[in-house]
Design a protein around this ligand. Structure first.
Ligand code: GDP
Length: 457
């Protein structure tokens, strides 16, 4: 059906073990040529599916590496083709040499994602699962990994399939009723259909809206650093970034614009926005910064509120605290290398926040902050939940298409148009949704109509 492909399946860094994967009709034949098993009886072509053999990769008297070889026979493999995997020593040089050997024997190097593409073409996974594999491989952080896993387990597929089944049922019902009015009544049908379509629209809207959270998934938790001028925002950011990227200065209000930084804390990604100090001011440039800061609070998933612990809370602090209600906030009492005079109790009484004391100047207290952050993350406090997220633009566009078709159906119902008008738009929605999971239209529709309604004509 297709040619045989091979690739290094593990990462390109140094590692204990590296895997080379071969998939296709010739996988076993080629592997046999280059793998010399310790036990003669374990020639690859003689091995059962899902068994392993120890031996050496060796060709024309030249030794390449020792390896454990896994044999998986079609069709019960990831690609649905014959697959052989060599577990070799890690390290790019060894793996590359073996891959070159395989290629010199007439096997084609796999393109990016090609194993997964074959899994899709072989019918083992649907399009949304294939895309989820890609997302999973590419995911920058644990959020993304969780969302991809969920999709991989078929979360999105299930939702889409259920919606399509409802559409199909109604299309089939209309077709049958038009064909056989004696046995299928359309009397109350339009109103029933309307409520079905409205429910579908709710589900679709929910999925479309989740793409807003897709931003969170792909880019990290949007985090705003806020605090009055001189509280130490830039210093805290520098401490977190462990480098001097933001401008730190003694003059109030010098962080005039917002800076964005990307930070990864043990797999949790923060997209940090540093803002100008929030205070009432006549200085127009500072004002722009302040407005931006307020905007940032609105959009942020997490606020790091920096308080200068060496002085009492000021009006600026009160203005900021006012804006923090309903947000996820970690209050950082900064400058604890000095005498702390700030009223912590007042803060906790006025906003829902965790508090950590640290010194950005001396770079102490970072661990405690990270601890709190991880705790919030793993308790799912940071606006993460287990719903199915849409992370791909392609999915989103197809959902929008389906939505438009369904809205047209509702219009037709409201205008009292004939039932045959509904089917056109229902069918369009069905097709758009089908494209998300990469399903063909014609056959399954025809089969379904005929199998469920046995029109037999
Ligand atoms: P921002 O205006 O909120 O960004 O504040 P900066 O980061 O520019 O810091 C304002 C001033 O406070 C600077 O002089 C910093 O050196 C000082 N500062 C920042 N963090 C600390 C700290 O932990 N301890 C002490 N003693 N001074 C600090």
């Amino acid at each position: 059906m297709s040619d045989t492909i091979a690739a290094i399946a593990t990462g390109m860094g140094s590692s204990g073990i590296g895997i080379i994967r071969i998939s296709g009709d010739k996988a076993i034949e080629i592997a046999d040529k280059i793998f010399v098993p310790k036990n003669d009886k374990k020639k690859i072509s003689m091995m059962k599916s899902y068994t392993a053999a120890y031996g050496h990769i060796c060709y024309e008297g030249e030794m390449y590496d020792e390896a454990v070889t896994l044999v998986m026979r079609a069709p019960h493999t990831y690609t649905t083709e014959d697959v052989v995997e060599f577990d070799c020593h890690g390290g790019i040089t060894v793996l590359k040499r073996i891959l070159d050997l395989i290629i010199s024997l007439g096997i084609r190097p796999a393109e990016g994602g090609e194993f997964t593409k074959r899994a899709f073409l072989g019918g083992r996974i649907d399009m949304s699962q294939a895309e989820a594999v890609m997302d999973l491989i590419n995911s920058k952080n644990e959020y993304a990994a969780k969302a991809s896993l969920k999709k991989l387990q078929g979360g999105l597929k299930d939702i889409i399939t259920t919606m399509r089944e409802k559409l199909l049922y109604n299309i089939a019902y209309i077709e049958s009723a038009l064909d056989d009015p004696e046995n299928y009544s359309l009397d109350e049908f339009p109103q029933e259909l309307k409520s079905v379509v409205e429910n579908l629209l709710i589900t679709i809207d929910k999925l479309i809206n989740s793409s807003g959270n897709g931003r969170l998934i792909n880019e990290g938790i949007r985090t705003a650093i806020v605090g009055k001028p001189n509280a130490g925002k830039s210093s805290v950011l520098n401490m977190l970034l462990d480098e001097e990227r933001a401008i730190v200065t003694d003059i109030e209000g010098t962080t005039r614009d917002t800076l964005e930084e990307y930070l990864n804390i043990d797999g949790i990604s923060l997209n940090i926005v540093d803002t100008a100090g929030i205070r009432d001011t006549d200085d127009t440039v500072e004002k722009i910064g302040v407005d931006k800061a307020l905007d940032t609070i609105k959009d942020a998933d997490l606020i790091l509120y920096i308080v200068d612990g060496s002085v009492p809370l000021s009006d600026s602090d009160h203005t900021i605290i006012d804006k923090l209600h309903g947000k996820k906030v970690i209050t950082i009492i900064n400058k604890n290398d000095m005498n702390l005079v700030v009223d912590k109790l007042w803060i906790t009484q006025n906003i829902d926040t965790k508090i950590v004391e640290l010194s950005a100047k001396e770079r102490t207290g970072k661990d405690e902050l990270y601890h709190i952050l991880k705790e919030m993350f793993f308790n799912n406090e940071l606006s993460y939940n287990d719903e199915v997220y849409i992370t791909s633009i392609r999915h989103k566009n197809l959902l929008l298409e389906a939505k438009e078709s369904l809205n047209k159906t509702i219009e037709s119902i409201d205008l009292g148009m004939g039932e045959d008008f509904f089917t056109i738009d229902l069918m369009a929605a069905y097709t758009s949704l089908g494209k998300i999971i990469g399903e063909e239209l014609e056959d399954d529709l025809v089969n379904k109509i005929f199998s469920e309604f046995c029109m037999g004509k």
